[in-house]
Design a protein around this ligand. Structure first.
Ligand SMILES: Cc1cc2nc3c(=O)[nH]c(=O)nc-3n(C[C@H](O)[C@H](O)[C@H](O)COP(=O)(O)OP(=O)(O)OC[C@H]3O[C@@H](n4cnc5c(N)ncnc54)[C@H](O)[C@@H]3O)c2cc1C
Length: 412
């Protein structure tokens, strides 16, 4: 096995026999599919027909037209050289017969693989008050058209609501709050967080910068150290919903209030994909530092948000698409290495640029060194309307790059 090097050297000699690589997932998985498609039979499985730029989720809730234009590409357009299969995948092989590597789609079709890359992400749901957590409506939007309709519905709900409750003060909650306040500065917004600060884990300056932006809105309120636990109809038979907090305080909202909720540990959907013995207590797939699934080394890799993060270059690296992309590149390279009898290698620690847009007018962020220490951070509402254009231009550029990835050119 290779040791940790500061720079990766790619070994991408085409193997003599065309092996089958099954990739389950969309974001990191798409990069892997692009790199491998010339030298392998690549089968990409996703429950959605399209590749989605997940960071655009919140923006699309406020501006649904952007989804089709900037934040989604049909997998079949993105992957003309791969076999694309749309459906819910299930890992079954090691349970029954460890000598056959099988992925089952929609409980009906079995696919045999030589290598498997699991990149199933994690759910980033946006719930309306009273919705059932398990409802299809929240996560599995199969078609671009269907997904857009949900965004249109969410926009209408936001327009109608007087009081919006945001559960979660992490990156997604902050982004949602910023986008809503930009467009509806008079709405009452209550953000509830289980942590004592907004953006836990970020540097102090950035946390304060976010609060400074939000506190300019007189109807914004932050409740710390609380979780939203129960959502129910109010006792008084009015049309209001009741949100129960963990310390038993309640907040009442009108019937149109939106609850945005970030997944708490234990709600991770990946749990349903792999048998428990391959997962940690939160359902995340356990890998080694080479992104190999422990117990299935040599054939099965897992990357991106679905994993316990050991393959991400350093410990405690959060969920970032920029890191998931690098893991994808490294895993592909390791598949070539295995077939060429070369030692596999670890992803070296990566620099992280953590930008947090707060709607369209404000930006805060930190650039982290590869060892995880902050190099520089910045706050301020200095970018005005230009942020909107830059954000879209950035995503368009990413899409173009994704379209053009080849095994020789994988720099993201
Ligand atoms: C609002 C927001 C802003 C963000 N901003 C940033 C940012 O600025 N920078 C950054 O680096 N990261 C950001 N992120 C995080 C980033 O989006 C994730 O880290 C990234 O999408 C993870 O990629 P992934 O490939 O692991 O999973 P995903 O992108 O979630 O892809 C998983 C895919 O797997 C599919 N899938 C799941 N289960 C199955 C199954 N059983 N069968 C078939 N298919 C399945 C899903 O349909 C999906 O297409 C942001 C996230 C959000 C929500």
């Amino acid at each position: 096995m290779g040791g940790r090097k500061s720079k990766l050297i790619y070994v991408r000699k085409a193997p003599e026999e065309k092996k089958t690589v099954v990739i389950v997932g969309g974001n990191a998985g798409s990069i892997a599919a692009k790199i491998l498609c010339d030298d392998f039979n690549v089968i990409l499985i996703d429950q959605k027909e399209y590749y989605e730029i997940v960071p655009g989720n919140v923006e699309c809730m406020l501006e649904p037209d952007k989804f089709e234009k900037f934040y989604s590409i049909p997998h079949k357009t993105l992957h003309p050289k791969a076999t694309v299969k749309i459906g819910k995948a299930q890992f079954i092989a090691a349970e029954n017969n460890s000598s056959s590597n099988i992925i089952r789609i929609n409980n009906s079709e079995d696919i045999q693989y030589d290598f498997l890359i699991i990149a199933i992400g994690q759910p980033y749901p946006f719930w309306k008050a009273g919705d059932d957590f398990g409802k299809e409506d929240n996560h599995n939007y199969k078609t671009i058209e269907g997904r857009k309709k949900i965004y249109v519905k969410r926009r209408e709900e936001i327009e109608k609501a007087n009081h919006i409750l945001i559960a979660g003060g992490g990156a997604v909650g902050v982004e949602a709050c910023g986008e809503i306040l930009d467009q509806f500065p008079n709405k009452q917004i209550t953000m509830v967080s289980a942590e004592k600060v907004i953006l836990p884990g970020e540097v102090d300056k950035v946390q304060k910068g976010v609060l400074k932006v939000f506190n300019k809105f007189k109807n914004f309120k932050f409740i710390k150290n609380e979780k939203v636990e129960i959502i129910s109809e109010a006792d008084d038979n009015s049309n209001k919903k009741q949100y129960q907090l963990s310390n038993s305080k309640t907040i009442l909202g009108d019937s149109d209030s939106i609850l945005h909720i970030r997944c708490y540990p234990g709600t991770f959907e990946g749990k349903t994909f792999m048998p428990e013995k391959y997962c940690d207590a939160n359902g995340r797939i356990v890998t080694d530092t080479y992104s190999q699934v422990i117990g299935l080394e040599g054939t099965c890799f897992s990357i991106g948000d679905a994993t316990n993060g050991k393959g991400r270059g350093r410990d405690n690296m959060g969920a970032f698409s920029q890191i998931a992309s690098k893991e994808a590149i490294n895993v592909c390279d390791n598949i070539y290495r295995i077939l060429n009898n070369e030692p596999i290698q670890q992803l070296p620690p990566q620099k992280l640029i953590n930008l947090q847009t707060i709607g369209s007018f404000n930006l805060v962020g930190t650039i982290y060194k590869p060892d995880g220490r902050p190099r520089t951070s910045f706050t301020g509402g200095f970018l005005s309307k230009k942020v909107i254009k830059k954000k879209i231009a950035f995503h368009q550029k990413q899409n173009e790059m994704k379209m053009n990835i080849t095994k020789e050119n994988t720099h993201l």
